[in-house]
Design a binder for this molecule. Structure first.
Ligand SMILES: Nc1ncnc2c1ncn2[C@@H]1O[C@H](COP(=O)(O)OP(=O)(O)OP(=O)(O)O)[C@@H](O)[C@H]1O
Length: 323
């Protein structure tokens, strides 16, 4: 029988003295999917993860798996990578992983096999007999991930597993998380690297000052905010683009609700063009702006070269959600 592993936080609150770190936080980490947990420093990510793992008690609310309250034996089968990395610096890498596997109930042969497999997959096989403290910080981090994975966890909760890793290690780690998710494990990880989250996550939870401000399928969140944003490029009769400020003035005169937003294409290409040199603008119509009126204004401004919906990046959604 397949275990229902959907992990849910329901109305979880937690204060430290007067400071409310989590305020009725609810979200779901779906099995078979990776969920990115994002929020500014101090937003409450680590607190929520500690509560999931039972390291910290909530003041109110609960954590469930498969619709049932989490019990200690079930929690023991979770994989957790805490923010404060907690391995033994003077112990050999492989011995440490075998030991942790045994603590989690694996027999010796299985613990050794899993350790060997993980070290191979994470590119650390040649460091198996080195003391942890002799490894670089990035490689110690890889061992931390191996420690969270060694007992074949039924759920994975990782606090900033990518911080400090080089691009190759990020790929190796990302592949591990993806593989675990595909095996039906709910995977939750926090990160400040939003492009990485965008690349690796199926779902996303955005937390701001202790409250969830957006959650769900990352593609849906982006698509829901598309369609109200357009990139408009208009040419003069001589073929030169109408300068951005002039074009913006024309568009906003016709559609007062339209506001300019940073052009993600310009930012991504690292363009250093001034406003006058930039071809076109990206405008957001907000809830009230009229698309037809925007198009009519763009047509009236010259020869229309581009009128295309812009799908915001996760980083843009994040910035807006936490404003
Ligand atoms: N043990 C504690 N005692 C007092 N305050 C705490 C404690 N743990 C967390 N806090 C406070 O709760 C808030 C949320 O902290 P938390 O560590 O959960 O944030 P975070 O989103 O993980 O931040 P970061 O991205 O910086 O790691 C912060 O204001 C923090 O100072």
């Amino acid at each position: 029988m397949r275990v229902d592993r959907e992990l849910r936080l329901v109305g979880v609150s937690r204060a430290f003295g007067e400071h409310v770190a989590l305020d009725e936080v609810s979200f779901t980490v779906r099995p078979g999917r990776t969920t990115g947990f994002i929020g500014a420093n101090g937003a409450g990510k680590t607190t929520a993860m500690r509560i999931i793992l039972g390291v910290l008690a909530p003041d109110a609310g609960r954590v469930e798996i498969g619709g049932r309250p989490l019990t200690l034996p079930v929690r023991a089968r979770f994989g957790y990578m805490p923010e404060e990395r907690g391995l033994y610096p003077k112990m050999k890498v492989a011995d440490q992983l075998v030991y942790l596997g045994r603590v989690h109930g694996l027999d010796l042969a299985t613990a050794r096999r899993r350790t060997h497999e993980l070290l191979e997959q994470l590119g650390l096989a040649d460091r198996a007999d080195d003391h942890l403290q002799t490894l670089s910080l990035g490689n110690q981090q890889r061992v931390q991930v191996a420690a969270a994975l060694v007992h074949d966890p039924i759920a994975l909760v990782l606090d900033e597993p990518f911080s400090g890793l080089d691009p190759l290690a990020i790929d190796a780690m990302g592949a591990q998380l993806r593989e675990r998710a595909e095996a039906g494990v709910p995977v939750l990880f926090s990160s400040h690297q939003l492009e990485l989250v965008e690349r690796l996550c199926d779902d996303v939870v955005i937390i701001h000052e202790g409250r969830v401000v957006a959650a769900g399928d990352a593609g849906d969140l982006r698509a829901a905010r598309a369609g109200r944003r357009y990139r408009v490029v208009v040419e003069r009769p001589d073929g030169a683009p109408v300068p951005s400020p002039d074009l913006l003035a024309t568009l906003t005169a016709a559609v007062p609700a339209a506001t300019r937003v940073a052009d993600p294409t310009a930012v991504r290409s690292g363009a250093s063009a001034t406003d006058e040199e930039l071809a076109g603008v990206v405008v957001d119509l907000g809830p009230d702006g009229d698309e037809d009126a925007l198009l009519a204004a763009a047509l009236g401004a010259g020869r229309l070269r581009e009128f295309a919906p812009v799908v915001p990046t996760l980083a843009e959604i994040f910035r807006e959600a936490v404003r």
